[in-house]
Design a protein around this ligand. Structure first.
Ligand SMILES: [Ca+2]
Length: 334
């Protein structure tokens, strides 16, 4: 179940050509060896010396790393694979597809122990014949006085081997056939025909479209266009509604008989409010004033924030502090 946490079996990065680049598009095949056939179980060096030496006769999933790995940016796709220092017989493999015959560089990211060996071999086979083979872990790929080497005694580093590979299927193997002075731990293999690419940490190669970011226009006018035909304010001004920039719609009385009796040309908004003051509060409290004056007083009173809540075509007057307004879900205005 642990493998459910891994993102991919192997990440193959095929970069398509683009219209802006006349050069051949590089090929990168990024592989996570912890998913290769022949890798099983778990390996960890951090429980102690015995754990770091133990031989299992196979590669095992290592990680996720703890402080040492995380301080170096972590392992690609969360995990790596490992084998103990006493291991002498372990092999894992992956079938790969090479897009065209030619020369390729096979990069491998692995743990390089300071002043200790960690031998393993990268092998490419075609039709059961070895066409590329190189042993890693004898020579250093990280300077012995690298900061991580000095702090942890080991660190991830990249090494590579080059060779001719025919188009089509081939087998990539990672093999241990001898003991080491320290455990073996491998994170990534990347096969590429881009000899200018230098890996850094667990960072994958850039996608081809990234190269478009460096393009610069030959003419500023062509890119920016021409705004001479634009009139400032002509396209972002909101259309008026009933002659206003903003209006709040609200339900009012639907009493047909009442509306039929009204002189619409002289009807004020205050008269409408008064009509639908179903609780009669306005009439009870303000009999000495005109409807307009009563509504004005109501709206502009300082002691309370008065809120009308519309519900089923009726308006109820409430005396509430302004802080309570948002607790009422009905439409309101002050
Ligand atoms: Ca990995």
């Amino acid at each position: 179940m642990r493998r459910l946490f891994f993102f991919t079996l192997a990440a193959a990065v095929f970069l398509a050509g683009n219209a802006f680049c006349a050069e051949k598009t590089p090929f990168y095949l990024w592989l996570e060896p912890e998913w290769f056939d022949g890798v099983s179980g778990n390996f960890a060096y951090w429980p102690g010396p015995e754990s770091a030496k133990k031989a299992l006769v196979h590669w095992a999933v290592a990680g996720p790393g703890i402080s040492a790995e995380w301080s170096q940016g972590g392992e690609s796709e969360w995990n790596s694979m490992g084998a103990g220092a006493d291991e002498t017989n372990a092999e894992c493999r992956k079938t790969i597809n090479i897009p065209g015959s030619g020369r390729y560089r096979i990069w491998v990211r692995y743990v390089d122990h300071r002043k200790l060996t960690e031998p393993f071999s990268i092998i490419i086979e075609k039709n059961n014949k070895k066409i590329i083979e190189r042993e890693f872990g004898i020579d250093d790929v990280v300077p012995v006085n690298d900061e991580y080497q000095l702090y942890w005694g080991f660190s991830f580093g990249w090494g590579f081997v080059e060779g001719e590979i025919p188009e089509g299927q081939a087998i990539l193997k990672i093999v241990i056939n001898k003991p080491a002075q320290a455990w073996r731990q491998i994170d990534v293999v990347c096969i590429t025909d881009d000899f200018n690419w230098n890996p850094s940490g667990r960072k994958k190669p850039d996608f081809a479209y990234f190269s478009a970011f460096t393009l610069r226009p030959t003419s500023t006018i062509q890119i920016r266009g021409n705004a001479k035909s634009l009139v400032v304010g002509s396209i972002w001004k909101r259309p008026a509604l009933a002659g206003r920039d903003f209006s709040m719609w609200t339900g009012i009385s639907t009493d047909k008989n009442w509306w039929s009796k009204q002189d619409i040309s002289n009807l004020s908004i205050y008269d409408v409010f008064l009509k639908i003051d179903v609780e009669g509060t306005l009439r009870l409290n303000s009999r000495k004033n005109s409807a307009a004056e009563r509504i004005y007083q109501l709206f502009h009173g300082k002691a309370f924030c008065r809120v009308f809540i519309l519900e089923k075509h009726q308006i109820y007057q409430k005396k509430v502090h302004s802080g309570n307004i948002l607790r009422r879900q009905k439409l309101h205005f002050t």
